[in-house]
Design a protein around this ligand. Structure first.
Ligand code: ZLM
Ligand code: CA
Ligand code: ZN
Length: 393
């Protein structure tokens, strides 16, 4: 008896495809689709499925993928086969087409199915929002923000977010895209670079020489030509190692409220990459599950149709914690769920600590040094405020 009930007059839909989670990028590759299975099992253990509409999403069709991607690229993606003998040296493939087959974007068994299932969940979520059948639609299997029109990049092959936003644009005049993955949301920014109907905002670790993808500087705000409608419609929040919940939430709340005031979106798409959490295998921040979730809570309070996407996240136990907590926020039962993980949770020992909100000390031993001085955060807020003077709804 979890006591979790369906919110009255408020619909949350959950879109997933269990087949997607069975795919493997390779044994030591950081991206583990299995983290989705772990997340779902925790969500179900808390009894949250009773408070949502649960859908097994279909795979996106070729035509749906071609809404954004080039047919050359899709045709190649649909026919390439993994090499029978894996290469041990990085990027040694002489005919690496569309950036496929290197160590970041390896070819694996069922790759095309994996991609079309991720896009299918995102698209189903967008359609439920457009039909006004969901207030919040969740697609944890989506959020693959680096994929380009004709190129794979950073573990991403198909940009499910762009495809979902294109669907939202059929019914919504303006869409706000927010990205809290530790990496810059470059693929989504680029796709909507020249339109004033989508504003993209990414919070990320920025170090052009040492952190992927190296783009997303504070003054990278869209086309430099003022005649281009997309000018000023890309917001970038470049951060440094060790940022804390308090700092991140201050930035997020300040920046997002000002954007909403000026841009007046009619729908919001939030990429919830969990690699911005403390203890992530690839990430560098000190965010806790509470701070990450506070961004979702803030978006929910804006009272606009909302899609929640997954994204990065390379320490599966913490990914599962964050996306479980964020599912509870969507439903509105976050104050009812216990900090102690349910006794019957499958793979309970995977979580190390038996709590949903481990302390920073439990996660890291020693927290990462915070390299974000308050003065720099103020500069960021000032720059964004200045930028928004050029934006009109
Ligand atoms: N090398 N194996 C985030 C995408 C981040 C580019 C440097 C690969 C890795 C990483 C792959 C098993 C999202 C780069 C890295 C080593 C060129 C990145 C395979 C470890 C491994 O052990 C690994 C052999 C691999 C890849 C680490 N790659 C760490 N960081 C980034 C891409 C995706 O979270 O934003 C959304 C889902 N790539 O830094 C190199 C330059 C490839
Ligand atoms: Ca980001
Ligand atoms: Zn990432």
């Amino acid at each position: 008896e979890s006591g979790i009930t369906r919110p009255k007059g408020y619909n949350v839909s959950f879109h997933c495809n269990p087949e997607m989670e069975k795919h493997h990028f390779g044994v030591t590759h950081p991206m583990k689709p299995w983290r989705l299975t772990l997340s779902k099992s925790l969500i179900y253990s808390y009894g949250m499925s009773f408070a949502m509409d649960n859908y097994v999403s279909r795979a996106a069709t070729y035509e749906e993928l071609a809404d954004f991607h080039s047919t050359d690229y899709l045709d190649f993606l649909g026919t390439v086969l993994p090499e029978p003998v894996p290469r041990d040296v990085e990027n040694q493939n002489p005919d690496l087409k569309f950036n496929l087959g290197g160590s970041d974007c390896p070819l694996f068994e069922g790759l095309y199915d994996y991609c079309s299932m991720s896009a299918g969940s995102a698209l189903d979520a967008a359609r439920k929002i457009c039909a006004k059948q969901s207030d919040i639609a969740i697609a944890w299997g989506g959020g693959l923000h680096h994929a380009k029109k004709a190129e794979a990049s950073g573990f991403c092959y198909i940009n499910d977010i762009v495809i979902a936003i294109l669907e939202l644009l059929r019914h919504h005049p303006r869409v706000l895209y927010i990205d809290i993955d530790v990496h810059h949301g470059d693929g989504v920014e680029e796709a909507f670079f020249s339109t004033d109907r989508v504003m993209t905002v990414s919070f990320h670790k920025y170090d052009p020489n040492n952190f992927f993808p190296g783009t997303g500087a504070l003054d990278d705000n869209g086309p430099k030509n003022e005649q281009n409608p997309g000018a000023h419609h890309a917001v970038n929040v470049p951060l440094n190692d060790g940022i804390t919940d308090e700092q991140y939430d201050m930035l997020f709340n300040t920046i997002i409220s000002r954007i909403v005031e000026k841009f007046r979106p009619s729908a919001v798409a939030l990429q919830c990459g969990a690699d911005s959490l403390a203890g992530d295998r690839l990430g560098r921040f000190n965010l806790q599950v509470q701070g990450h979730g506070a961004c979702v809570e803030f978006c929910k309070r804006m009272n606009l149709p909302l899609i929640l996407f997954g994204g990065g996240g390379y320490t599966p136990r913490n990914v599962a914690r964050a996306w479980t907590y964020e599912t509870s926020i969507a439903i509105g039962c976050q104050d009812k769920i216990s900090d102690v993980l349910p006794q019957h949770t499958p793979w309970r020992d995977q979580f190390r600590q038996e709590t949903l909100f481990p302390t920073l000390e439990q996660i890291l031993g020693e927290p990462r040094q915070n390299k974000n001085p308050p003065k720099r955060l103020q500069e960021i807020v000032n720059h964004v405020s200045e930028q928004l003077r050029f934006v009109q709804a």
